[in-house]
Design a protein around this ligand. Structure first.
Ligand code: SAH
Ligand code: SF4
Ligand code: F3S
Length: 461
């Protein structure tokens, strides 16, 4: 393999496919950064890459199934070019038994590493080249290294890790097992990164963690600040215009943080606050540590303190033991909270979690039936909230041409709603700019509008 790689006239190329959440996607950016430091160039397809890497997720069974389907499909690519490196990393490989499964059932996989040792990638690639045999290295824990290179997907939007891992152990969730315990980054390091991003022209940062509201609890006494304090400091960074964060746990969402959201001019009027269920019995069985009443009080406080805030959520239906009565409580809470949108999931048992071994699993048909009923309600509420914006002018950060049409731009409001609008001038690229858009139509998932030109603004004022 070494001879081949060194005799290559073209530079080595890589292709990474990401299966998971924002943290997983941001890990892919770090992995890409490490590879580019080694001289690798990005390939646009797996077929044209010397290194194909799958960054996996195991939060639900379908994420896992997609990965194994995909991995099987890579076999012909390995056969076609035995020097091509096929790698698997991310959350899935941290599960017990997964390493052996890949080793035995997928002999075309050359490289496996986990979530705690991604900084080891250059050393593992060197080992692979030197030994010409498969390299599997998974750590059960480890401190995330600072100052790793990052190859960001967008020049004007960036993810910034603030806390790794999770201590909550919601009874359905695999994340604490595959990501380890909470580890807050030093505030100075976070601010240094955000300042560098702003200096580089980044407009929007999203602070990432499984539970950002736990930020700081594990910091050394002299450096201990909480998440609200961190937000205040990030808000002071010049050059940024939008600050987002994800994810918040309702049990740790403080009034101080809500007030800070209102006080920080750059902090977007959007909160993703996963509720998971609307029945207190189910919430307790999920180990969520709050009640529906507490959640609804938070919603009320948020709406009263942060004008125009959009609230979105995650909901699981069909948790073990969930009765029709419990599910109706979820529908009721969704209606009362009037969510702007929601990610909805049918419960998926994860091996090793407490909920997976509960006796009263809900049959698949009932899970699906509840899921469809929930989606219908969520869509109705989303449409209602988007309809209210018709006739209003919103500020949109332009992402670029929409997925389907070059002449239609897509962007996001501060409330994290997607807006599509015709490109006003084919000569002028508005990508990365914040512009006023008049909303003409609001549907469940998208707003449609047109750019306000200077002229119209004068006419209206
Ligand atoms: N840390 C975040 C998100 C974790 S995973 C949080 O605390 O909210 C993202 C979402 O996946 C969760 O909010 C939950 O709604 C869903 N999820 C997690 N485990 C699941 C499971 N076993 N079955 C179905 N959905 C699940
Ligand atoms: Fe999973 Fe709960 Fe931790 Fe979120 S807070 S990652 S749902 S255990
Ligand atoms: Fe994210 Fe999936 Fe891991 S949701 S933390 S990539 S299990």
């Amino acid at each position: 393999m070494r001879e081949h790689l060194h005799s290559c006239a073209h530079p080595r190329t890589y292709y990474i496919r990401t299966f998971g959440c924002q943290m997983n996607a941001h890990d892919s950016e770090v992995i890409a950064g490490l590879l580019e430091e080694l001289g690798y160039k990005r390939a646009l397809t797996p077929e044209t890459a010397d290194l194909v890497l799958l960054n996996t997720c195991c939060v639900r069974a379908n994420a896992e199934n997609r990965l194994y389907g995909h991995l099987g499909n890579l076999k012909p690519l390995k056969e076609e070019n035995p020097d091509r490196i096929i790698g698997v990393c991310g959350c899935l490989v941290q599960q017990p038994g997964e390493e052996e499964k890949i080793r035995e059932e997928f002999p075309h996989v050359d490289l496996v590493f986990g979530t705690h040792n991604l900084h080891r990638l250059p050393a593992l690639l060197a080992q692979l080249e030197a030994t010409k045999s498969r390299v599997f290295e998974i750590w059960q824990e480890g401190e995330r290294e600072e100052d790793l290179p990052v190859r960001r997907e967008s020049p004007f939007k960036a993810w910034v890790n603030i806390i790794y891992g999770c201590n909550n152990f919601c009874s359905y969730c695999i994340v604490p097992y595959v990501r380890g315990r909470e580890q807050s980054r030093r505030p100075a390091k976070i601010l240094e990164e955000v300042r560098a991003l702003a200096a580089d022209g980044v407009k929007e940062v999203t602070l990432l963690g499984q539970n950002v509201n736990s930020y700081g609890k594990d910091l050394p006494a002299g450096e201990r600040i909480d998440f609200a304090d961190l937000l205040r400091q990030v808000n002071e960074v010049d050059g940024l215009s939008r600050i987002r964060f994800q994810t918040s746990h309702p049990k740790d969402l403080s009034s101080k943080l809500i007030r800070q959201m209102a006080a920080g001019d750059k902090i977007c009027e959007h909160l993703h606050l996963p509720v998971q269920a609307g029945s207190n019995r189910v919430l307790a069985a999920m180990n969520r540590q709050y009640t529906r009443e507490h959640y609804l009080k938070l919603v009320e406080e948020l709406r009263a303190t942060v004008p125009g805030i959009a609230i979105t959520t995650d909901i699981i239906v069909g948790f073990p033991g969930e009765e029709e009565e419990d599910f109706l409580q979820t529908l009721d809470l969704v209606e009362k909270a009037a969510f702007d949108s929601a990610y909805t999931f049918a419960y998926s048992p994860r091996k090793g979690t407490k909920a997976a071994s509960l006796p009263n699993q809900v049959p698949q048909e009932i899970r699906m039936e509840r899921l469809y009923r929930l989606i219908e309600l969520v869509d109705t509420l989303a449409k209602k909230s988007n309809k209210r914006l018709e006739g209003e002018v919103v500020t949109v950060l332009v992402e670029g041409p929409s997925a389907k049409r070059e002449d239609i731009y897509a962007g996001y409001t501060r409330t994290n709603k997607q807006v599509l609008f015709p490109r006003p001038d084919p000569e002028e690229d508005l990508t990365g700019r914040e512009i006023p858009v008049l909303i003409e139509e609001g549907l469940s998932h998208t707003l449609y509008g047109k750019v306000m030109t200077g002229k119209e603004e004068t006419a209206h004022s």
